[in-house]
Design a protein around this ligand. Sequence first.
Ligand SMILES: Nc1nc2c(c(=O)[nH]1)N[C@H]1C(S)=C(S)[C@@H](COP(=O)(O)O)O[C@H]1N2
Ligand SMILES: [Mo]
Length: 253
Amino acid sequence: MPDRKPQGLVLEPAQRSALHRAQRRLLLRGGLSLGALAMMSGCNMQDGDTFDKVLWAMSRWNDRVQGWLFQPGRLAPTYAAADITDPFPFNAYYPEYSVPDIDLSTWRLEVSGLVADKKAWTLEDLRKLPQASQITRLICIEGWSAIGQWSGIPLKTFLQHVGADLTARYVGFKCADRYYGSIDMPTALHPQTILTLDFAGAPLPADYGMPLRLRVPTKLGFKNPKHIMALFVSNSYPGGYWEDQGYNWFSGI
Ligand SMILES: Nc1nc2c(c(=O)[nH]1)N[C@H]1C(S)=C(S)[C@@H](COP(=O)(O)O)O[C@H]1N2
Ligand SMILES: [Mo]
């Protein structure tokens, strides 16, 4: 795989200071002990509770705190066309030559869970819904970031259209590879969260998530599932491909 990952910038200054503020606030609340954390996260360190399990519980607790600190109105920075990174990096848990090959004529977006209308969507139908465009920065936890242009249906518009229960806790996604992911409802309703059909003004190429990906500029790259096959609304925690291996679920501003 050619190295197309630009070096440098990991977090926007605004994101970095938000993170620092959150950490500081937690510290000021008075150094929580491991035991206190374990208790608050419902893990009471009985005999059978491994260190691993405590770490997991702490991580989930951390997600919850970050969820409380999330400000639904806060926008991710946007950029000018001249700032776009070209070539844009490709990233997946497999090499570029293994990118899923999807037959667009038979592809459908399946919709399930807490929604009134569970009909499956063709690409043609999706393109009839109102579209929005953004030039934003995708930030990967591996230490690179890149600016790109994505367009598609604001996820909020889509959820309203299918009569989703907007008081539900999660929106989850299943992909054509073995990837899957989920976001909290406030993030799903955020104006910059879009069900993306186009990259750089053309239908999503295979590398960048053909035919449908989620773009969430308020979250890290791994919260932006590509090659989406199914969307569901749920109150039970769906996890995600990287989250289930230890990355924090919230992972955003
Ligand atoms: N289906 C799928 N979506 C995925 C991934 C993946 O491996 N499979 N990787 C994620 C990660 S870690 C990142 S950083 C971004 C990379 O998006 P890009 O290839 O458009 O740069 O996609 C995310 N979405
Ligand atoms: Mo990533």
